[in-house]
Design a protein around this ligand. Structure first.
Ligand SMILES: Nc1nc2c(c(=O)[nH]1)N[C@@H](CN(C=O)c1ccc(C(=O)N[C@@H](CCC(=O)O)C(=O)O)cc1)CN2
Length: 291
C-alpha cells in the first residue's frame, strides 16, 4: 500500500483564500501584530511569512522587532501597548523567546480576545472546558487536515506523540472533542511502538528527526507529522519530519509530507484566528466560511 499524501500547501491556500474574502466583509480591516525578539534565523523567516501572508489576506500586519538583549519589562511594555491598541485584533509573540525572558508572563499580558495563537491560560482553559475561544494554530491546522480525509472521528483511536503546550496537549483535546479515543504518548512511554501501532490516527510532535518508523504504524492509519527538523545527510541540508517518511508511506493510508504538510496550515490558521478575533471585537458575526 502506498499512502495518499495530505497536501497541506493546497489546504492552506484554500483556507487563506477564504480568510481573505471573509476579511473584506468586516466593517474594518483586521489587524495582526507580531512581536519578534532576537535574531533566531528560523523565527525571522516565519515572521516574514506571517507578515506577507497577512497582507495578501486583507489583514493589516505589523511586526515589532526587538533586540535579543531586550528586558522582560521592555517586551511586556510592547505587548501591553498592543493590547491597548483598538486597531490590533490579534497579538502573537513569536516563540522561542531568547533565554532569560519569561514566556509565561509575557503571554499572560495578551488579552484572551486578542490571543490569536491560542497559547494563553484563558485560551487553554476555554479549550479544556469546551467554551468559545481561539485555538492554537498548529493543532488547529492538523485537525483540519485530519478532517479533510476522515470527517467522522467517533470511535477512532488517536495517539498523539508529544505533550507540548504548543501542539501535543491542545491537539489531544481537539481530537477528544471530535469524539476520538485519545492517548498521549511521550518520552517516558513504555513500548512506544506498540502504543503507536494501535492508532487509527497517529500525530507526531516530538521534534526528533524520523523517530517514528514504518513498524510503528498501523496499516491504513492517518499519519500527521508535525515535526520540522533540519538535518545534514550525505553532505546536503534537508528538512525532515518526526516520521521516517519513505517507510511510513508504504504502510499508512494517508500521510502529511514535510515540508508541505502541517507547516503551511500554521500560518493559514493564524490568519483565520485573526479574522475571527476581529469579527468578535467588531461585534459582527464570524463569517460562516471560517467556522
Ligand atoms: N508564537 C508561535 N511561535 C511558534 C509557532 C506558533 O504557532 N506560534 N510555531 C512554530 C513556527 N511557525 C510559526 O510560527 C511555523 C513553522 C513552520 C511553518 C512552515 O510553513 N513550514 C514549512 C517549511 C518551512 C521551512 O523551510 O522551514 C513546511 O512545513 O512546509 C510555518 C510556521 C514555532 N514557533
Amino acid at each position: 500500500m502506498t499512502a495518499e499524501l495530505i497536501d497541506g500547501k493546497a489546504a492552506a491556500a484554500s483556507l487563506r483564500h477564504a480568510v481573505g474574502e471573509a476579511a473584506l466583509t468586516l466593517p474594518r480591516k483586521p489587524g495582526l501584530a507580531v512581536v519578534l525578539v532576537g535574531d533566531d534565523p528560523a523565527s525571522q523567516v516565519y515572521v516574514g511569512s506571517k507578515e506577507k501572508a497577512a497582507g495578501k489576506a486583507n489583514i493589516v500586519g505589523s511586526v515589532r522587532r526587538m533586540p535579543g538583549s531586550s528586558t522582560q519589562e521592555e517586551v511586556l511594555s510592547v505587548v501591553r501597548e498592543l493590547a491597548a491598541d483598538d486597531h490590533v485584533d490579534g497579538i502573537l509573540v513569536q516563540l522561542p523567546l531568547p533565554e532569560g525572558l519569561d514566556a509565561d508572563e509575557i503571554l499572560s499580558a495578551i488579552p484572551a480576545e486578542k490571543d490569536v495563537d491560542g497559547l494563553t491560560a484563558p485560551s487553554a482553559g476555554a479549550l479544556v472546558l469546551g467554551q468559545e475561544g481561539l485555538t492554537p494554530c498548529t493543532p488547529q491546522g492538523s485537525m483540519r487536515l485530519i478532517k479533510a480525509v476522515e470527517s467522522d472521528l467517533s470511535g477512532k483511536k488517536a495517539v498523539v506523540v508529544g505533550r507540548s503546550i504548543l501542539v501535543g496537549k491542545p491537539l489531544a483535546l481537539m481530537l477528544l472533542d471530535a469524539n476520538a479515543t485519545v492517548t498521549i504518548a511521550h518520552s517516558r512511554t513504555k513500548d512506544l511502538g506498540a502504543v503507536c501501532r494501535e492508532a487509527d490516527i497517529l500525530c507526531v510532535a516530538v521534534g526528533r528527526p524520523e523517530m517514528v518508523t514504518a513498524d510503528m504504524i498501523k496499516p491504513g492509519a492517518i499519519v500527521i507529522d508535525v515535526g520540522i527538523n533540519r538535518i545534514e545527510r550525505d553532505g546536503t541540508r534537508k528538512l525532515v519530519g518526526d516520521v521516517e517518511f519513505d517507510g511510513a508511506r508504504e504502510v499508512a493510508g494517508h500521510i502529511t509530507p514535510v515540508p508541505g504538510g502541517v507547516g503551511p496550515m500554521t500560518i493559514a490558521c493564524l490568519l483565520r484566528n485573526t479574522v475571527v478575533a476581529s469579527a468578535r471585537r467588531q461585534g459582527v458575526p464570524v463569517p460562516e466560511a471560517l467556522l
